[in-house]
Write a protein that binds this ligand. Structure first.
Ligand code: PLP
Length: 395
């Protein structure tokens, strides 16, 4: 296959009966060959590939400084440290996210303050943020669930009015837009993840978009043991850093993915349109599934998530998932409400605190959506799900 060969269709979608996962990365042959080259080069860990990945990401983000790391999680922790957030401080965020979003707040010794979601967008309810601000509040971490961006105009108006920093958890919204501008090209700190389920991957990895060179230098220090090198033999350590550098092997995967971003996201959008088309058929719509907003200008369609109507079904979500799995279709849960995890209950949260996040967290189900899927795959998912729900209606 030539270096410009299109992304190979996945084996899994070629046979009708093959298992359809809810997510699957598309890695082209040129990238695989590029990884082999890196492996043969002798330079395996952070080096020219990581720097090239940073340069390309910075271009993507309108020239803002970008640094790459070995996860998306650590980029948020580092952003909080750069912002000076620590013990005695509060950080406002959503209870409906991957637990990393609030774990990083605990990691720096601060306290997460959850604000319930807007059930329509499933993102933090911006209308409730101001009531949660106290003299201890230092930052807001909004999450673009499923790639649907939080309203950046309202978000930054609130942050500015109250002098708060923002760490955008844009792990899921790489390639999404706000009013025609790319997420990452404006705003305060912006954090991306390149986990294999995300819209582009570096296997594991993440990137942090920063505001200036001073922040970028601090990010480099936090990334690797606080070390600052000068000349041939100069080494100084000024702060406690971690071990968060991205390998060149991983960076080469990311570099091979980046040129496909637009094509991947366009394909996701097309498949999402097919979902809406099929789910709008009267016999399916009557089943009462709650759908995500049908947004085709801003979101990158990171996931397609339906919310099951628990009040109308005789089976719980786990049984729906088991029946989907038995029919050869993978599903995912993104996410259970964070404040109900044992760790968070020990810190004082309880059921009833955030009813919208709890309902969505209990009933949300991610159905398959990834670039190598076909229209026939979407048909199969909708037919299977509709038939399961039809068979388990309360009378
Ligand atoms: C994936 C993800 C993260 C964490 O990214 P990692 O690269 O796995 O550390 C954080 N927040 C959200 C919302 C995510 O989806």
């Amino acid at each position: 296959m030539s270096a410009s060969a299109p992304t190979k269709p996945l084996q899994a979608t070629q046979a009708a009966a093959a298992f359809l996962p809810f997510s699957r990365p598309s890695v082209d042959e040129a990238t695989i060959a590029g990884v082999v080259e890196v492996l043969r080069s002798g330079q395996l860990t952070t080096g020219p590939q990581a720097r090239a990945f940073e340069a390309k990401l910075s271009e993507h983000c309108g020239g803002r400084p970008v640094r790459v790391f070995n996860s998306g999680t650590c980029t948020m922790e580092i952003a909080l440290r750069i912002a000076g957030v620590g013990p005695g401080h509060e950080v406002i965020t959503t209870p409906l996210s991957w637990v990393a979003t609030s774990n990083v707040v605990l990691e720096v010794g601060a306290r997460p303050v959850f604000v319930d979601i807007d059930p329509a967008t499933r993102n933090i309810d911006l209308g409730r943020i101001e009531a949660a601000i106290t003299p201890a509040t230092r930052a807001i971490i909004p999450v673009d669930l499923g790639g649907l961006p939080v309203d950046r105009d309202r978000l930054y108006a609130i942050a500015k009015k109250h002098g708060l920093r923002v760490v955008e958890d844009a792990a899921q919204s790489f390639g999404s837009h706000w009013n025609g501008r790319r997420i990452g090209s404006f705003g305060d700190f912006v954090s991306f993840s390149f986990h294999p389920n995300k819209n582009i991957t570096s296997i594991e990895g993440g990137a942090l978009v920063l505001n200036d060179e001073r922040e970028a230098r601090l990010a480099e220090q936090y990334r690797l043991q606080g070390v600052v090198r000068t000349g041939f033999d100069g080494m100084e350590v000024e702060l406690v850093g971690g071990k968060y550098n991205l390998t060149d092997v991983a960076a080469r995967v990311g570099l091979g993915q980046l040129p496909h971003l637009e094509e991947f996201n366009a394909k996701r959008g097309e498949l999402a349109r097919v979902y809406f088309e099929l789910l709008a058929a009267p016999a399916v719509r009557g089943l009462g599934l709650r759908l995500p907003p049908a947004d085709f200008t801003q979101t990158n369609w990171h996931m397609f998530q339906v919310v099951l109507p628990e009040e109308r079904l005789t089976i719980k979500r786990a049984e729906v998932m088991a029946l989907m799995h038995a029919a050869g279709i993978g599903t995912g849960i993104h996410y259970p409400a964070i404040h109900l995890f044992a760790l968070y209950r020990r810190l004082g949260w309880k059921p009833g605190d955030f009813p919208q996040a709890e309902y969505t967290g209990r009933n949300t189900m991610t159905i398959p959506l990834f670039p190598a899927m076909t229209r026939a795959d979407v048909v199969r998912v909708v037919e299977t799900l509709a038939s399961i729900l039809r068979g388990h209606q309360k009378s």
